[in-house]
Design a protein around this ligand. Structure first.
Ligand SMILES: *Cc1c(COP(=O)(O)O)cnc(C)c1O
Length: 503
């Protein structure tokens, strides 16, 4: 399989696209075609444990005629088994589907080591990248630059920690992540990692990283020192492809449990920021998985909702900080891939739209492209108050504790039910967002009295408080974070980001 840049002037094999991360023309690598998932293959996958499903799906995209062009089935199975071993359900059951109510199921993707769905791909990426580098004969060490809205950073740090031949640097918006997300990153151990806050928001961090990639002088300096730059953001196809697998896996599980009739359409709702997760669902749909509507759920930063309604992408507004910080994004980088696929690979148009977005902050698409989006995507948004209400009601009525991102998607999903079963992607543990979840539960709910008792006591750790109030245990990797000293405590302006990359 060839990977082609959305901007038309670069292409690469799968391993090369993953090692490089970003195309040389500034575009994103996309598969040149979608492998076909037949009903027979789906039946076969249904009988396998999670890691074998994941390996098979990856093989469809990344297998190669020669070892240089792709990964072998055996390699991928070995990677997946190791990647998903530290999950709660083990490699066998890394992405379980649970029931929310009669119509809605949850795909729980946060049982990995950093308690957010980013682990699903970032556990695999180090294997794909290091093995990929050997395949293409890259003789440089790989320096991975990452902008994070909160969860990618920790998952990238944990995934690449002390992986030979790599270094990883993470930039996060100083005031744009939750307390637990920040603690997870600044306490990161390992000899090949760096973390730095930036005085700005996520879009500033992402733009800063893109600028570093485009900086020839910096690339040459890195090259001279024996390093090449790559990305662990979802612009890297090695992030995107492992995410396709869990939609296929969820479909198999729902068909097996009777939540879904085999072959019948399933609607999917995804809490969306950079458009990576929902794009993976679109890939599964293009492969032939029977998916109906793909519901793109946003918080108050509802640029995508407006686009899907009006065909206008307009980033000319202030980014709002919300209780779902991993979705506080105005420029969704993977949206470029959606434009590419839905326009039939019109690279000239993509270059024009991306130039408009960067110069004018706004672009409008043609009627044809608008209807192509409308054919599979629905948009909707939910503000902080709406998410809090969903968290409180879901806890009161069903004893299920949602994180604010998942709550946004549940709210938007409820307003967009079509009669098909609906699968909402649950992207993080509520214990990563303790303050927001406590606030949601406290608003004249049954916990108000207890909160008042402890609320004045600043020593009472919010994670312990949430655990005491709900009787739920935080995920093991989050325990003990509060007392740990931070290693990385400084912050810089976006223009100084290059100075933090020390090789
Ligand atoms: C990253 C993230 C999202 C958004 O996912 P995208 O792939 O960027 O659209 C949603 N929820 C959580 C918890 C996240 O960490």
């Amino acid at each position: 399989m060839k990977y082609i840049s959305t901007r038309g002037a670069d292409s690469a094999s799968g391993p090369e696209a993953i090692v490089r991360g970003l195309a040389s023309d500034g575009g994103l690598f996309c598969p040149s075609s979608f492998p076909a998932l037949t009903p027979e293959l789906l039946d076969m996958l249904g009988k396998l444990p999670y890691y074998k499903r994941a390996a098979f799906v990856l093989g469809m995209f990344l297998g190669g005629a020669s070892p240089r062009d792709g990964f072998s089935d055996g390699e991928l199975e070995g990677f997946a088994e190791q990647a998903y071993a530290p999950f709660d359900g083990g490699a066998q059951r890394a992405a379980p589907v649970t029931e929310l109510d009669g119509q809605i199921s949850l795909l729980e993707l946060w049982h990995g080591p950093t308690a957010a769905f980013k682990d699903m791909a970032l556990r695999m990426l180090p294997f794909l990248m290091t093995a990929g580098a050997r395949k293409i004969g890259a003789d440089k060490r790989i320096c991975i630059l990452t902008a994070t809205s909160g969860d990618t950073g920790k998952a990238a740090l944990a995934g690449f920690k002390d992986v030979g031949g790599t270094a990883v640097f993470v930039f996060y918006p100083r005031d744009g992540v939750s307390a637990v997300q920040r603690l997870q990153m600044v306490t990161q151990g390992g000899g090949n990692v760096g973390v730095c806050a930036i005085n700005g928001n996520f879009d500033d961090a992402q733009t800063g990283v893109k600028r570093i990639f485009a900086d020839r002088a910096l690339a040459e300096a890195a090259d001279g020192a024996g390093w090449m730059l790559s990305s662990a953001n979802s612009i890297n196809p090695g992030r995107l492809l492992p995410q396709v697998a869990y939609y296929i896996s969820a479909y198999c599980d729902m068909a097996a449990s009777g939540r879904l009739k085999k072959g019948a359409p399933l609607d999917i709702a995804v809490p969306t920021g950079n458009f990576g997760n929902i794009l993976a669902a679109y890939y599964a749909r293009e492969m032939g998985l029977p998916l109906g509507r793909l519901v793109c759920a946003s918080n108050k930063n509802d640029v995508l909702t407006v686009f899907l309604r009006d065909g206008v992408y307009d980033r000319r507004r202030e980014l709002s900080l919300t209780t779902s910080p991993s979705m506080d994004i105005l420029v969704s980088s993977n949206f470029e891939r959606a434009l590419y696929h839905l326009s039939g690979g019109d690279a000239d148009m993509i270059r024009d739209l991306m130039r408009r977005l960067s110069d004018d902050g706004i672009y409008t698409v043609s009627g044809g492209l608008r209807s192509a989006f409308a054919e599979c995507f629905t948009g909707g948004s939910c503000d902080d108050a709406g998410a809090a209400r969903v968290i409180r009601e879901t806890w009161d009525e069903r004893d299920i504790l949602l994180d604010p991102h998942t709550a946004v998607a549940v709210d938007v999903a409820r307003r967009n039910l079509t009669g098909n079963p609906m699968l909402v992607v649950s992207t993080a543990s509520p214990f990563k967002f303790c303050e927001a979840v406590l606030d949601a539960l406290a608003a004249d709910g049954p916990f108000a009295a207890e909160l008042d008792e402890n609320g004045a006591d600043a020593r009472f750790d919010p994670m312990q408080r949430l655990s005491a109030l709900t009787g739920l245990m935080p995920p093991r990797p989050l325990l003990g974070l509060a007392g740990r000293p931070g290693r990385f405590t400084d912050s810089v302006d976006p223009s100084d980001m290059p100075s933090r990359i020390t090789l």
